[in-house]
Ligand binder design. Structure first.
Ligand SMILES: Cc1cc2nc3c(=O)[nH]c(=O)nc-3n(C[C@H](O)[C@H](O)[C@H](O)COP(=O)(O)O)c2cc1C
Length: 244
């Protein structure tokens, strides 16, 4: 019998349709404060969470994210940002140069990712469903402009939260052996074999949902056959990131 934390982690599935039930400030505070307990590089806590409450702004964001209705229909919508701003401000106050480089940007992304996953689990533990919105990076510069984000704040993805109005089921993951290697990374041949196994599990998932011809590898092949979001380096540079 798994402990409640492991059980909760295994129950994760992305939810894209929500009931009208409001997301309470008490639930938000509880989830955020728990999520902040994630480990953070050198205790720098290089992230922020922007709660977008203006309905018109959320409609615009839904469009900017590629017409994703849940961005404005979910009871709660947040933007997870890597954030080096408070560190920059502190250095400025001290009259010392803020030594900015790629590591500063990368650390903020890593810290924000750990916080975000903790936040998803915290909301789910309260009975909420969540949907992360990477589509927010489709037109990152427009998002930053709309929300008047200051420099050194790097929007990474959105997060829709609310009580689920659907039960989409869990998506299978790669087998343990396909991602956890002992001592050395396996050969290409072994990797291919493990991906075939993963495809079998994904075919069952798709067959149960009436699309038996789909598979995990089919999705990957479509995804990596073209470049996505090529404007991102410039957009993050404009927000004050250093990419080298
Ligand atoms: C960083 C990130 C960005 C995502 N962006 C979107 C998105 O823009 N729209 C969406 O519907 N789902 C989005 N998702 C959800 C993924 O599609 C989903 O997690 C994945 O298909 C696995 O399904 P599951 O979460 O139900 O297990 C995103 C997930 C992550 C981690």
């Amino acid at each position: 019998m798994e402990n409640p934390i492991l059980q909760g982690m295994r129950q994760h599935r992305t939810v894209r349709t929500f009931t009208d039930e409001a997301l309470s400030p008490a639930h938000i505070r509880q989830a955020v404060e728990a999520a902040q307990c994630a480990a953070t590089s050198s205790w720098i806590q290089a992230y922020s969470l922007l709660h977008v409450t203006d309905a018109a702004e959320r409609e615009t964001l839904a469009e900017l994210a590629g017409g994703q209705a849940q961005v404005h229909s979910a009871p709660g919508f947040f933007i997870i940002c890597g954030d080096a701003r408070r560190h920059r401000l502190l250095m400025q106050k001290e009259g010392k140069p803020f030594q900015n480089n790629f590591e500063v940007f990368l650390t903020s992304i890593i810290d924000a990712g750990l916080f975000a996953q903790n936040l998803v689990l915290a909301f789910e533990s309260q009975g909420h469903g969540t949907c992360l919105i990477g589509g927010l990076r489709n037109r990152l510069a427009d998002v930053a402009k709309l929300l008047e984000l200051p420099g050194s704040v790097f929007p990474l993805y959105g997060l829709c939260v609310g009580k689920p109005a659907e039960d989409p089921g869990t998506r299978p993951r790669l087998p343990f052996e396909a991602i956890c290697f002992e001592g050395r990374y396996p050969s290409d041949e072994v990797m291919h074999k493990q991906m075939l196994l993963a495809d079998e599990a994904s075919k069952t998932y798709y067959a149960e949902r009436g699309t038996p011809k789909r598979s995990w590898s089919g999705g990957i092949i479509r995804r990596f056959a073209k470049l996505h979001r090529e404007n991102l380096p410039q957009a993050y540079l404009d927000l004050g990131a250093k990419l080298s």
